[in-house]
Ligand binder design. Structure first.
Ligand code: KG4
Ligand code: ZN
Length: 350
């Protein structure tokens, strides 16, 4: 079955993504990243990301159209991330989308990035279709949320988010402390697995006792903290530990212990949301979904609770244009009106 042909643009953080879908069929997913340019800063620098988007967006649109074998005239609609994200970065994608819409007369939809992280499963080649309701755990370098999804368009409830650093950001910052390059997430995982250990010995996740943020009984009793995350205390603890330790503890042990601390909280709070809502499905999204310890621990917790865990292919978990196009196609399929032509960008979650 065909469906609306939609081009989606994503530029909320450091990936410039352009995806094209026809209904639930993925035709193209071009992603350019400015990751390399952020390496020396140890994290995403908004100004640098915005400049990179300006350079990448034109070629990415061309490449996606060529890959999909369609022209602008063939499109039924154009979709773009309107937020949440870095304002300057979002503006590049939104401006490009508005330009395209103005030139072609196509309908334009400004969409929510978090909803799109879930909607992407509609176009995953191995997906059973989007099974709802579901709890979604979205973890990346730019955001960290637990959502309750009853409907992908108008049934999304934000249960909790980070009050300081995103999970991926915590990985990136701690990696830097340990002398590992940006992006730190994959490098901490490798270090924890023993890849940088002279003898290749994996780290002990219980070697260093790091704090688990917002996990006290008092925190869990307060509705606004129950599903909220805080990773700044962990980051500070890692800094204190490495300074005091002076390199005596193996890097693998520190990395594994840090990783376990992040994963424990992510999994515990996700399972709380499952218990509280009675929803028996969890969807994992965002770049940190690449973390093997997270996938494994969440997989075990879900299995033990009789909950189905869904993890889209990694290329669809990280920020990309296909997720925006997927949500756009669903919105068009439902016959929803396009966004007001004057719509702006929103940096915050709500
Ligand atoms: O979704 P994503 O590609 O984009 C942005 O957040 O912009 O996520 C990237 C984030 C980075 O913070 C990176 O360190 C983290 O995901 N990440 C990981 C792993 N792979 C990527 N964190 C932990 N373990 C990993 N294996
Ligand atoms: Zn994202």
């Amino acid at each position: 079955a065909a469906g609306p042909l939609v081009l989606g643009i994503e530029s909320s953080c450091d990936e410039t993504g352009v995806g094209i879908v026809r209904g639930t069929q993925l035709l193209a997913n071009t992603v350019a990243t400015s990751m390399d340019e952020h390496v020396r800063y140890g994290g995403v620098v908004p100004e640098v990301a915005s400049r990179a988007h300006v350079q990448a967006i034109g070629p990415a649109i061309r490449e996606a159209l060529a890959t999909a074998g369609v022209g602008l005239d063939d499109l039924d609609a154009i979709a773009v991330t309107a937020g949440p994200g870095l304002s300057g970065a979002l503006l590049v994608g939104v401006s490009a989308a508005k330009g395209l819409a103005a030139a072609t007369g196509k309908q334009l939809y400004g969409l929510n990035h978090l909803a799109a992280h879930v909607a992407v499963d509609l176009v995953a080649p191995d997906a059973p279709g989007l099974e709802l309701p579901t709890i979604a755990l979205l973890v990346s370098g730019g955001h960290t949320e637990i959502l309750r999804i009853d409907d992908i368009v108008d049934g999304i409830e934000l249960l909790g988010s980070t009050i300081d650093d995103a999970a991926g950001e915590a990985f990136d910052k701690t990696a830097r402390l340990l002398g590992l390059d940006y992006p730190g997430g994959p490098n901490i995982s490798k270090a924890a697995a023993g890849a940088f250990d002279p003898e290749g010995r994996p780290g002990d996740p219980h070697a260093v006792s790091f704090p688990r943020g917002l996990m006290t009984g008092k925190d869990l009793r307060r509705p606004e903290r129950r599903y909220a995350f805080s990773f700044s205390g962990l980051k500070t603890a890692a800094l204190r530990f490495t300074t005091a330790d002076g390199g005596r503890t193996r890097q693998a042990d520190v990395a594994a212990s840090f990783e376990q601390a992040v994963v424990d909280v992510l999994v515990a709070k996700t399972m709380l949301a499952v218990e509280d809502t009675g929803i028996d499905r969890v969807l994992l999204g965002g770049g940190v979904a690449a973390n093997a310890r997270l996938r494994e621990t969440l997989g075990q917790a879900c299995a033990a609770a009789g909950v189905a865990l869904r993890v889209p292919p990694l290329s669809l978990c990280t920020d990309n244009g296909a997720m925006i196009a997927a949500l756009g196609a669903e919105v068009v399929r439902r016959g929803l009106p396009p966004s007001d032509p004057g719509f702006g960008v929103t940096s915050s979650l709500e």
